[in-house]
Design a protein around this ligand. Structure first.
Ligand SMILES: CC(=O)SCCNC(=O)CCNC(=O)[C@H](O)C(C)(C)COP(=O)(O)OP(=O)(O)OC[C@H]1O[C@@H](n2cnc3c(N)ncnc32)[C@H](O)[C@@H]1OP(=O)(O)O
Ligand SMILES: CC(C)C(=O)C(=O)O
Length: 547
């Protein structure tokens, strides 16, 4: 560094520049209207990004209107508008952002020979002139000017340095080094920045920025490498959207800083607990679905399926987690039951459903669970309730079907009477008519128990063939009432909440199998409601809902 250049104070703070609404919107198939862009921009402000690149105002009247609306309405972050190195673009960008409390003009021109020769059909001298004129024009309008030498990583570093010196001389306050086509490798990108610092000491007066594309899956790695080389602004987009393979994923970069930055003296001011909400909003409004295994915000980012991992996480979360799901605004991690799960996770899942199991019972349940998991991709709470063995049910208080009678006739609706054992050991009776004999049995059970359960699913499968075929009935019931009219029948379920339960039973008589499955489902739902009643408010939803 030359002696007359004051070294910038380096607190290790990395500015987060969000380009979801500009480069992100350049993803094929994404077109956001002003209302949608405003909604995202407000959420980005809540997320605490430092700069929002709101659009490319010359691109269309709609883009101009959106950038202007964001500049006028979104407070907190700097609002930037992009402009090519020409007077019309810069004027239009200024017109759009000038009402912001903190406007920025971001102008760019390529320094790679490929671009200069083929796209701009110009010379290196022309590019120097464009850089000089555009930064000077922008600076006359706005204090905060960012300059980007497009396709820098494929450009001659000495020539790029010359152009940057011009931009700095004209007053650029941020110099951004785009890896426009995602070509660089991390060490190479860092070396490029280091070399620019050597060639252009004045760079220390400005903020150096990264803008990396993900064509080779290296966007976040390159951005981080750039920060290690001295960059203090990182550009990226939520969910990594953007031109072609996209930009550096902002949430990944932010969580990289959050998780590993401290040991390097690096941090940013993003409110990490807003990450999940921002990601969902961008996904919903752009229509770009997030892949399940996407780092930080994918459905599986904090889910564990394999037994060894689940066992570890149950004993101590940090055995297999470097981040806490709650830090990014998600619920705590989830243990997904599947064919790779083990006894520890199954035991925990059954306990969560109100079935404490151990020893031989756990082993029996585990055997049935593995058989089921071989057939199903994911075993849900419903499946678990259904596979709880008869032996186990005998040990856990619940309703039981003691007897039933059904009068069926073609002259009048079928009528059923049932005898039901209660969880506290009493015998109760009820009777009712129904649309069919199975429906009559179910309604008679409701009458006996005083619980107004609603049937949500009913399925009959033949287990064996022939005349004495065993029928397997699966039932799902729902309790609770959004109108609160019958909420008092389901202690633990508040107005507006619902709770479901599943049951299964096998018998040669479908009515018997149906009635038994129904009281089992009822018992499961009541048990869940009781668990919810004792649970802290934040855990209620998970206990009541059925995956
Ligand atoms: C790497 C990036 O992400 S850069 C940003 C890319 N984003 C976009 O392009 C989205 C918005 N773009 C648009 O809506 C249109 O391209 C517009 C309105 C900007 C321009 O449209 P048109 O005038 O019809 O030009 P078109 O897009 O076909 O071609 C681009 C022109 O800009 C020129 N150009 C490209 N980059 C620059 C630059 N940084 N500075 C000056 N001129 C440039 C090209 O050489 C070409 O000029 P030419 O018409 O003299 O050959
Ligand atoms: C305009 C610049 C920063 C850009 O988007 C790129 O080079 O990818």
């Amino acid at each position: 560094m030359s002696p007359d250049v004051p070294e910038r104070d380096d607190t290790g703070r990395v500015l987060i520049f969000d380009t979801t609404l500009r480069d992100g919107e350049q993803s094929p198939g994404i077109s956001l209207n002003t209302t949608e862009k405003l909604e995202i921009a407000h959420q980005l402000a809540r997320l605490g990004v430092d700069i929002i690149e709101a659009g490319f105002p010359i691109a269309s009247p709609g883009d101009f209107e959106a950038v202007q609306a964001i500049a006028r309405q979104v407070q907190g972050p700097v609002i930037a508008g992009l402009a090519r190195a020409n007077p019309a673009d810069i004027d239009r960008a200024w017109e759009a952002v000038k009402d912001s409390e903190r406007p920025r003009i971001h102008t760019f021109v390529s320094t790679s020979d490929i671009h200069i020769e083929h796209q701009l059909q110009a010379t290196r001298e022309d590019v120097k002139g464009l850089a000089r004129a555009s930064v000077a024009q922008a600076k006359a309008l706005c204090d905060d000017v960012e300059f980007s030498p497009m396709d820098a990583t494929r450009a001659d570093v000495e020539f790029t340095a010359e152009v940057l010196q011009i931009a700095l001389d004209e007053g650029a306050t941020t110099i951004n080094i785009p890896d426009t086509v995602g070509y660089a490798m991390p060490a190479e990108y860092a070396a490029f920045l280091t070399r620019l610092y050597e060639l252009v000491p004045d760079l220390h007066k400005a903020v150096l920025s990264t803008h990396c594309h993900d064509d080779l899956g290296l966007a976040v790695a390159n951005s981080f490498s750039g920060v290690l080389a001295g960059a203090r602004q990182v550009e990226g987009a939520i969910n990594g959207i953007g031109e072609r393979a996209g930009n550096a994923s902002l949430e990944e970069f932010v969580m990289l800083l959050h998780t590993r930055g401290e040991e390097l003296g690096l941090h940013c001011d993003v409110v990490t607990t807003e990450i999940a909400r921002t990601s969902r909003l961008v996904s919903r409004l752009t229509g770009y679905v997030i892949q399940p295994n996407k780092a930080v915000v994918g459905r599986n980012a904090f889910a564990h399926e394999s037994g060894i991992h689940q066992d570890g996480v149950l004993k101590e979360r940090t055995t297999y987690e470097i981040m806490d799901a709650r830090t990014v605004g998600l619920d705590a991690n989830s243990l997904v039951l599947g064919k790779h799960s083990g006894r520890h996770a199954l035991k925990q899942a059954l306990e969560d459903l109100g079935y404490p199991v151990d020893g031989a019972t756990l082993n029996t349940a585990f055997k049935r669970f593995k058989e089921l998991a071989d057939k199903k991709k994911q075993v849900t709470a419903m499946d678990l309730e259904a596979l709880v063995t008869d032996e186990l049910r005998a040990e856990i208080p619940g309703y039981g079907l003691e007897w039933f009678e059904v009068e069926a006739s073609s002259q009048r609706p079928p009528h059923a009477r049932v005898g039901v054992s209660t969880p506290d050991g009493r015998s109760i009776e009820g009777s009712f008519t129904g649309d069919g004999p199975v429906d009559a049995v179910f309604r008679a059970i409701n009458a006996a128990t005083g619980i107004d359960a609603r049937l949500r699913e009913f399925r009959v499968d033949a287990v064996t063939g022939g005349q004495d075929a065993l029928g397997e009935v699966s039932v799902v019931v729902e309790l609770g009432d959004p109108d609160a009219a019958i909420a008092h029948h389901t202690p633990g379920v508040l107005a507006g909440e619902r709770v479901t339960g599943a049951g299964q039973a096998v018998a040669t008589d479908i009515l018997e199998a149906g009635g038994t499955a129904y009281v089992r489902a009822l018992s499961a739902a009541v048990r869940r409601a009781q668990l919810a009643a004792d649970a802290p408010q934040e855990d209620r939803a998970a206990l009541l809902s059925t995956p």
